[in-house]
Design a protein around this ligand. Structure first.
Ligand code: SAH
Length: 258
């Protein structure tokens, strides 16, 4: 049998958002390599596996990618069942396909398992539909962070009429705000900034494009957070406002005017 690695999405944090397939992979795992954004609670499904933390966090010391590759390869070639567990979905800003390609080039079988990506979970936690008939015909996931300093076509994004979900944006809020306004997005377009989506410590800050940076500062928004930008956000903010924050378990909501 060929060596095999499972590249598995652990979802945004709530262990109940794991897929059944992810649980099955974890149950058979002998070695689990885990990213820093993965909730360790999911490891209850692999109590006897060897767990190796290979986390990367923006701005912090992190395990070099080449080392992670070699480690996966070594254990897979030893015939071990290896699960590489990543936050959210392995292929949404997760390098899942790079790792899969590297392993396949070396004769290792790879199976990718979806996880619920943070932007999707964050929006749902706030009752925000990312698409909505008559309001948003689509959704665009973007990262504000690049390694090569390439720029996004913010003007096209601002004018796309789709909901925008920005990952890795906490340190780039001023740039996101300026670019969207310069690109023609209305300053009063609603924004939800969702920190620790789906975890008990989840917090949400509602604002609008003009006020998003000031609001995030006052709120002391911290990574990991996703920003959902678009008219659909009004759906969630209206509902949470009407029902009160106590109605939503584990959700701290703070209102800030722009
Ligand atoms: N593969 C992951 C994304 C990894 S990039 C996924 O599909 O979700 C890391 C970024 O994801 C963070 O900077 C943040 O923007 C977002 N993120 C991950 N987990 C999050 C969470 N629980 N709450 C809010 N944002 C999260």
């Amino acid at each position: 049998m060929n060596a095999k690695v499972w590249l598995v999405g652990a979802g945004p944090g709530d262990p109940e958002l794991l897929t059944l397939k992810a649980v099955r992979a974890l149950r058979s795992a002998e070695v689990v390599m885990i990213d820093s954004l993965v909730n360790p609670a999911v490891l209850e499904h692999c109590p006897s596996a060897k767990v190796i933390a290979v986390g990367k966090r923006g701005g912090c010391r992190s395990t070099p990618q080449a080392f992670i590759h070699r480690l996966m390869l070594r254990y897979a070639r030893q015939g071990k069942c290896v699960v590489r567990l990543k936050g959210g979905d392995p292929c949404i800003f997760g390098r899942g396909s790079e790792e899969a390609e590297w392993l396949r080039d070396r004769g290792v079988d790879v199976e990718l398992v979806n996880g619920i990506t943070a932007g999707l979970a964050g929006a749902t936690q706030c009752d925000i539909p990312l698409t909505l008939r008559g309001v948003a015909r689509g959704v665009t996931l973007v990262t504000a962070h690049t390694e090569d300093d390439s720029t996004l076509n913010w003007q096209a994004l601002a004018q796309s009429g789709t909901t925008l979900v920005v990952y890795m944006g906490v340190a780039k809020l001023d740039e996101v705000r300026r670019e969207l306004l310069a690109g023609g997005m209305a300053g009063d377009t609603p924004v939800a900034m969702i920190e620790n989506a789906s975890l008990p410590q989840q917090r949400v800050c509602f604002s609008d494009v003009s006020g998003m940076q000031a609001a995030a500062l006052a709120f002391d928004l911290k990574a990991p957070a996703v920003m959902v930008i678009g008219e659909v956000v009004a759906q969630g903010s209206q509902r949470l406002g009407r029902e009160g924050v106590e109605a939503v378990v584990g959700l701290g909501t703070q209102w800030l005017s722009a």
